[in-house]
Design a protein around this ligand. Structure first.
Ligand code: ADP
Ligand code: ZN
Length: 218
């Protein structure tokens, strides 16, 4: 089964697209951000190591994220269902490490989907307006997809919360870090002929059909 990477700035809609792809085609959605946040929530040793970095909007050390991804690549389910990686790799060091991990696992990277945008205002609005349900983890946005009842999840009525790193100063720092450390991956994957560029300003469902068509998913 195929392995895909979703690349793009914070707020670019990687998570939303990955969720749609999982629902429509059954691909696994591996979000290193979600995995790390869960470790922080459970106060595991890894969670304690990465909490401060994440709170500041900085990247966590390459070797820690690398270990998380290596563990997932070893799972059989990836071979059965294929996956969309969301949030990894995020640095050139990680991209090279990823090539090694894939080779060791006998897997190959099929395509890298770039959610391209330079509309910083919109990214900031998406990030600062994002709310996550404390109960079912559904995501909404106060600006773009407001909940029917203020502060309550549309799906389960649970309390809506803001991620600690979605405040404006930290969101801006994450965009800066993206431009500095992650954007070089666009060239890296372009040179390998793996890049598929999408316009991140488009609607989730539109993106879903464009990706499905481009990748020949059915
Ligand atoms: P977003 O793409 O919206 O910034 P993520 O949920 O992907 O959010 O990541 C949140 C945070 O988790 C990052 O700011 C960083 O601290 C950490 N993180 C996630 N993936 C990686 C990675 N591949 N390398 C380093 N840090 C990561
Ligand atoms: Zn909910």
């Amino acid at each position: 089964m195929a392995i895909y990477v979703l690349l793009g700035p914070p707020g670019g809609g990687k998570g939303t697209l990955a969720k749609l792809l999982r629902e429509r085609f059954g691909y696994l959605h591996i979000s290193t951000g979600d995995i790390l946040r869960e470790e922080v929530r459970r106060e595991t040793p890894l969670g304690r190591q990465v909490r401060d970095c994440m709170g500041r909007g900085a990247l966590v050390p390459d070797e820690l994220v690398g270990a998380v991804v290596a563990a997932r690549l070893a799972e059989d389910e990836i071979r059965r269902r294929g996956c969309f990686l969301d949030g990894f790799p995020r640095t050139l060091v990680q991209a090279r490490l990823f090539e090694r991990l894939l080779a060791e696992a006998g897997l190959a990277l099929d395509r890298v989907i770039l959610m391209a945008t330079d509309d910083v205002d919109r990214l900031i609005k998406r990030l600062t307006g994002r709310r996550v349900c404390g109960q079912c983890r559904a995501v909404c946005n106060l600006v773009y997809s407001p909940p029917r009842q203020p502060g309550r999840c549309d799906h389960c009525g649970g309390p809506l919360e803001q991620r600690g790193d979605d405040t404006e100063p930290t969101a801006r720092e994450r965009l800066r870090v993206y431009a500095e450390q992650t954007e070089p991956l666009v060239r890296f994957y372009e040179e390998r002929g793996l890049l598929l560029r999408l316009d991140a300003a488009r609607e989730g469902l539109e993106l879903l059909s464009e990706v499905s068509l481009a990748l020949g998913l059915s």
